[in-house]
Design a protein around this ligand. Structure first.
Ligand code: ZN
Length: 347
């Protein structure tokens, strides 16, 4: 009843104010779902979307207050008797959006990866200097539960990427044979992937199911006298694509930097070895892939930087030179000055 009364009196100006507030609300929630709540505040470069949406929300609230005081608008949702509806609109619906973005829309592992990376970049500003061991700061970070959590997030992201995604295995076309069609409108055919007998629902235009033998997802599409069957891999049949492998290598490399900042050098080296394995696999297929070369250069640089920190100067110099050589292949010379300076330090 209250709501009906409120709805009837809403003016265009009032609805516009709510719409802007809701837009700002949703934009902030989206960024939080993607990057984490605490992480938004420490993100570098600064998250302009979250800041912009917050500013927009605050300015709109202030302006709405003035406009209401001047008598141009009555903000019915701000009244005590309507607080329930205000909560539904401005807290309930963003919560639903948050859950949707966080658990359905974003790729698995991405929010964890973002949170870990943002924290790592933030800590690197004060806890990292190439080739230098910071004993106290490293120990502090190693004992900091959020840093340990960030390591777990990296692991989670890597695990999610390692599962790959389902790929189309094979598509086959079958003639519809009405003699072979059961009374329920399903036709017997063979799974295009493994040949096991499956049933296609040909009474409808399309449908799907699973092969009981190999576990593929089967999508059926009926076109005239034919039924097209596509088998999608799942589980064992998932494909780990080059994109997945690059993501894994990058996550391992960033995890290595975090471990190195915690002065866990052995573990950092292990992570770098894992990263290198994935990149080398890709480079074996395409030695000129610039993105892979850039990731590889960073991995080698990390190895050199750790070696220098541990006073293994010969190794450090070799790694630095290797990293420079890779950079000249990709034409990215942003890091050259730093690497050349470090080479002088270890020479
Ligand atoms: Zn099958």
């Amino acid at each position: 009843m209250i709501r009906r009364a409120a709805m009837e009196k809403m003016t265009f100006l009032e609805v516009s104010i709510y719409a802007i507030l809701l837009f700002a609300d949703y934009a902030i929630v989206w960024q939080i779902a993607k990057n984490g709540f605490l992480e938004i505040g420490i993100e570098r470069p600064i998250n302009m979307k979250a800041i912009g949406a917050t500013m927009l929300g605050i300015l709109t609230l202030v302006a709405a207050g003035f406009i209401e005081r001047a008598g141009y608008v009555k903000l019915l949702l701000a009244r005590e008797e309507n607080l329930f509806w205000a909560a539904v609109v401005f807290a309930g619906s963003p919560l639903i959006l948050f859950l949707l973005v966080r658990f359905v829309l974003l790729p698995k592992g991405l929010p964890e990866y973002n949170r870990a990376r943002i924290s790592m970049v933030f800590w690197a500003m004060s806890n990292y200097q190439p080739g230098v061991k910071m004993a106290e700061k490293g120990e502090g970070l190693a004992n900091f539960h959020r840093a340990q959590q960030a390591l777990k997030f990296f692991e989670k992201a890597i695990e999610a990427q390692s599962r790959g995604s389902s790929q189309i295995l094979i598509t086959r076309t079958y003639q519809i044979d009405h003699e072979q069609t059961a009374w329920d409108g399903r036709m017997n055919l063979n799974c295009p992937n493994c040949g096991f007998r499956a049933k296609a629902p040909i009474q409808q235009e399309q449908g799907d199911g699973y092969c009981p033998m190999c576990g593929c997802r089967l999508a059926f599409k009926v076109m005239g006298d034919e039924v097209h069957v596509t088998a999608f891999g799942s589980g064992l049949y998932n494909k780990v694509s080059p994109r997945h492998k690059k993501n894994i290598a990058t996550a391992y490399e960033e995890m290595a930097l975090l471990l190195r900042m915690m002065n866990k050098f052995a573990e950092a080296r292990k992570a770098l070895t894992a990263a290198e394995k994935f990149i080398d696999e890709l480079l074996a297929e395409d030695p000129d892939d610039k993105e892979c070369l850039a990731i590889k250069s960073l991995i080698i640089f990390r190895k050199g930087e750790i070696a220098q920190t541990l006073n293994e100067r010969v190794d450090a110099k070799r790694f630095y030179q290797e990293s420079l050589a890779l950079d000249s292949k990709t034409g990215d010379h942003k890091g050259d000055q730093l690497v050349k300076r470090l080479i002088e330090e270890v020479s």
